[in-house]
Design a protein around this ligand. Structure first.
Ligand SMILES: Cc1cc2nc3c(=O)[nH]c(=O)nc-3n(C[C@H](O)[C@H](O)[C@H](O)COP(=O)(O)OP(=O)(O)OC[C@H]3O[C@@H](n4cnc5c(N)ncnc54)[C@H](O)[C@@H]3O)c2cc1C
Length: 877
């Protein structure tokens, strides 16, 4: 929510300012939990009114900041305006809580049904009228009664109509909606006339195309609507807010029974268009593309969803296409590795998965030989702390659809929906520009559509079509003879290790991998042919064949299935694309489109999501104009290295599987950090040109080390690697063992950063609100405060809380008060884990990017430290 100057109670209001002030008044907004309703509530509060909102959904976090930031009273009531009972009980409670005060009412709750006129049912239409017409009418009536009862001298009702009551909205199916908004506009003067004798004014407001949750479901329409407004853009809810405040305030005291249209001139444009001979219904072309966006993502599997979800969080316009009609419902990937769990925690999305998934902490090894039947040969912790050091040292087992759902839900809550049944077909450069025209087929109507975009990312799996548009990006590597059958289901067995991950090597029937799953299920990977064996004919690999093979390998244990949910089989290919991006840094691939390998070590979806996570924050910084495009080249450098590491590991892992327990245990021990994701390490490049590294553990290109610290401001113990939300910013940690004796250093550094001619600071201030770039601001979680959209500063100290106040620190750290930590919560100590024995005369500086790469230096001089940071970030200026 952008900030508008607040008319603070302490100001001496006179003249015109006074006319706009709502100090001392009480307002009720229905549909106030989000979108336009929330913006209206915010605007009225900024003008000084206490605010109550009615809604059927919980308010967005912004609502809860109103009271704190603006010093007015707020309250939320769960009310369904289409129910007479709910509306009346909402009003009773509100009257009780606010001592019957009410001066302003904005009935804004409304819904749309995107249905053709010929398909509208009686029920659909009456549901819509119940909210948009009856709900609004009776909200206004109850509000008017309350205003008459309390004798307010400032009664104002602002009915929310729509531009759709003036024109037939082009390209959207909304006949019932238009009608309902027409009813609102028509009832307005009649109600106004009746209410005039009580001194209550009644007006309506007709917003044009506004970016809200309601319209976000139609990203392609949002784009096409831009051209219908004279100013060429869609309104944000805040653009409508001023008109609402005006109608609510005494500034509009001579207005009643009127409709105010706030639509960027769209309704006047329609008149011009229908009079013009080139209107599209006269056979003229509407242009070469149906919509425009900033990034087109092809594929809504793990990598595409992770990318689109993050870009939506950063406020970047995205269209995500997928050829499937729905998300994955069964099968495919099921194992989330420790690093991926950490990433989901950092995104604050891990909860549903942690709640519902199974956890694997150990692995046991079984073997049979010609002489000895199947027996356990060993058991070990899957991710031993001394080798891995992960904060969640287990594999989290949940099928791919559950992971996809978490990302989809988050995206949808931000107004981004997967455009399904849409198959990418081709793309071409728009002559004379860096833009691309991306074509896809709507497979439900067999029509071809085109989107104009700045960037295209292929997350379209192993048979990627987008890859074909990156020169010299073909896959390199082998398709092996190894093939596996995969079965998911609830197993009935007397095998004792059903709830551990189990690697079985049978002398007669090959290998089996057991993986416990959510909902009491078990996944069995059954080896059908080895890497150097003869590949089994796919047609022969039926579920029955695989089951028999599994029973043979598990003899003498009983193996039955109570239920079977999914069956699949695959041949292991081990290949990496020669390039992950084109030389203009406009077309990219991520996930299986760039690398494929066996599924045995549960790496594919994990690596795929880390690919696109890495790409997302870099694209954001470049699109916002905060970094030069050079940053994007690190995507290929870093992620292609990991893909190659993965293939090298996978080759050895598959070999070890067919060699038996000793080889497999050795392979595990040597690679367990890599398998967990914690050991994914980058080399060189502008983001990890490590120098002056002081600790064996904290190294350029490696991840942060988990540690407990105490947050200074509220004394909460937190995990340092999770506490600062990942919002595409660099985190700059200052490790200051002794704050009192380092204050001079900190102030010199603070001044150096704030006062330097560092262009990046100035530009990022502009981009903070998306000014001029047409990018929505990044939504920040409550409490956490960042210095900017590009940097979060943090300080970790071994000084006690009593030794310094936040006010002693330089401004830049005062502004970062939610990321100041005391190093007193970890048995080893965060400083020691990150830097070893850091002398009290020294300050350690570490830059951590969103992917977790770390750059570190010990410093004694503030100016030098500032210069070092400036030098590090030259790729941004
Ligand atoms: C049996 C099995 C078990 C596995 N187990 C694990 C595991 O435990 N852990 C793990 O990390 N990985 C595992 N994997 C691997 C994992 O499933 C993949 O690595 C992962 O799905 C890759 O994600 P992605 O988003 O890159 O591609 P995909 O999941 O393949 O998604 C690509 C998407 O793009 C869509 N698409 C394709 N072409 C087009 C087009 N032209 N237009 C529009 N859309 C298109 C597809 O329909 C699909 O929705 C397993 C794989 C298999 C087969």
């Amino acid at each position: 929510m952008s900030k508008v100057c607040n008319l603070l109670p302490s100001l001496d209001l006179t003249g015109l300012t006074l006319q706009f002030s709502l100090q001392g008044r009480t307002a009720l907004v229905t549909g106030g939990a989000r979108g336009c309703g929330l913006a209206f509530a915010h605007g009225l509060a900024e003008a000084g009114a206490d605010i109550a909102i009615f809604d059927v959904v919980d308010p967005e976090p912004d609502f809860y900041t109103i009271e704190k930031n603006l010093g007015v009273r707020t309250a939320f009531y769960k009310v369904n305006v289409s129910s007479e009972e709910s509306l009346q009980s909402g009003f009773s409670q509100f009257q009780k809580d606010f001592d019957n005060a009410l001066d302003i009412c904005v009935p804004c709750a409304g819904i749309n049904r995107h249905l053709p006129f010929l398909e509208f049912t009686y029920k659909d239409h009456s549901d819509l009228l119940a909210v948009n017409v009856l709900g609004l009418y009776f909200t206004a009536q109850l509000a008017a009664k309350q205003m008459i009862g309390n004798g307010t001298k400032h009664g104002s009702i602002v009915l929310v109509s729509s531009m759709a009551s003036h024109i037939a909205v082009r390209s959207q199916l909304c006949s019932a909606y238009c009608g309902s908004k027409g009813a609102v506009r028509s009832m307005c003067p009649a109600i106004a006339k009746e209410m005039a004798e009580y001194g209550i004014r009644v007006n309506s407001i007709s917003p044009g195309y506004v970016r809200t949750e309601m319209t976000a479901a139609f990203p392609h329409l949002l784009e096409s609507w831009k051209s219908e407004a004279m100013n060429g853009r869609i309104a944000e809810p805040e653009d409508i807010m001023g008109a609402c405040v005006f109608l609510a305030s005494d500034a509009s005291s001579y207005m009643t029974g009127q409709d105010v249209i706030v639509d960027g001139g769209s309704n006047q444009m329609v008149v011009m268009q229908t009079m013009a001979p080139s209107a599209n219904n006269e056979g003229y072309s509407v242009g070469s593309h149906d919509a425009t966006t900033t990034v087109v993502v092809v594929g809504a599997g793990p990598s595409g969803l992770m990318l689109a979800c993050n870009l939506a969080r950063y406020g970047i316009d995205v269209v995500i296409l997928d050829d499937r009609p729905d998300k994955t419902s069964t099968g495919k990937a099921d194992g989330m590795q420790p690093k991926t769990i950490e990433t989901f925690k950092q995104m604050r999305l891990a909860e549903p998965l942690l709640k519902n998934a199974a956890r694997v902490h150990d692995i046991s090894f079984w073997q049979s030989t010609a002489e000895k039947e199947l027996h356990r040969t060993g058991r070990q912790t899957h991710y031993p702390d001394h080798l891995v050091g992960a904060s969640d040292p287990y594999i989290l087992l949940a099928h791919q659809g559950m992971v996809e759902e978490v990302l989809i839900d988050d995206m949808e809550s931000r107004g981004l929906f997967v455009t399904r049944n849409s198959r990418f077909t081709t793309c071409s450069r728009v002559p004379g520009t860096m833009q691309l025209d991306v074509s896809y087929e709507d497979v439900s109507t067999n029509t071809i559509k085109t989107i104009r975009t700045d960037y295209l990312v292929g997350c379209d799996g192993a048979r990627s079509k987008v890859r074909d548009f990156i020169p010299d990006a073909e896959l390199e590597g082998e398709i092996t003879n190894a093939s596996w059958g995969v079965l998911d289901g609830v197993i009935d067995t007397d095998f004792p290790d059903l709830w551990s991950k189990v690697a079985v090597r049978s002398h007669a029937a090959g290998s089996i991998l057991w993986i416990p799953r959510e909902r009491n299920m078990t996944r069995l990977y059954v080896e059908l042919s080895a890497t150097d064996g003869e590949r089994v004919d796919r047609a022969k690999a039926t579920p029955e064949y695989v089951i028999n093979k599994a029973r043979e390998a598990m003899h003498p244990f009983r193996l039955e299935w109570k239920t079977r949910e999914w069956f699949g089989n695959y041949v292991v290919g081990q290949r990496v694309a020669k390039h992950f991006m084109d030389s203009d840094a406009r077309i990219f691939i991520a996930g299986d489109a760039g690398h494929c390998h066996s599924a045995l070590a549960a790496q594919g979806a994990n690596t795929s999501m880390h690919d696109s996570f890495n790409l997302a924050w870099k694209l954001n910084l470049v699109i916002r104009g905060l970094s030069r495009p050079l940053l994007l080249s690190t995507y290929e450098e870093e992620r292609r290295k990991i893909a190659n590491d993965l293939i090298n590991f996978d080759v050895e892992h598959c070999k070890a599987f067919s060699q038996g327990e000793a080889a497999l245990a050795k392979n595990f021990n040597e690679n367990i950090r890599f398998i967990s994701g914690v050991g994914a390490e980058y080399q060189g490049g502008i983001l990890s040109h490590g120098k002056n590294i002081t600790s064996a553990k904290l190294q350029a290109g490696k991840l942060q080390i988990p540690a407990k610290v105490t947050r200074y401001i509220d004394a909460n113990p937190v995990d340092i690697q999770l506490d600062i939300p990942l919002l595409s910013q660099f985190r700059i940690y200052l490790f200051v063992p002794d704050v009192p004796s380092s204050l001079e250093f900190l102030h010199v550094l603070g001044n150096e950063l704030l006062n330097s001619s560092w262009e990046i600071f100035q530009r990022e201030q502009i981009s903070r609100t998306g000014n001029g770039l047409g990018i929505r601001p990044i939504r920040r979680p409550q409490r956490y405060t960042a210095v900017s959209t590009a940097f979060t500063y943090s300080m970790v100290t071994q000084s006690a809380k009593s030794e310094f106040e936040i006010a002693d620190l330089p401004q830049i750290l005062q502004d970062s008060r939610w990321s100041l930590y005391l190093d007193d919560a970890d048995p080893i100590g965060c400083t020691k884990k990150w830097f070893g024995d850091l002398s009290r005369q020294t300050v350690g500086v570490t830059i951590t990017d969103t992917s977790g790469g770390v750059e570190t230096w010990n410093l004694a001089a503030g100016v030098e430290a500032g210069k070092w940071l400036e030098e590090y970030f030259t790729f941004m200026s």
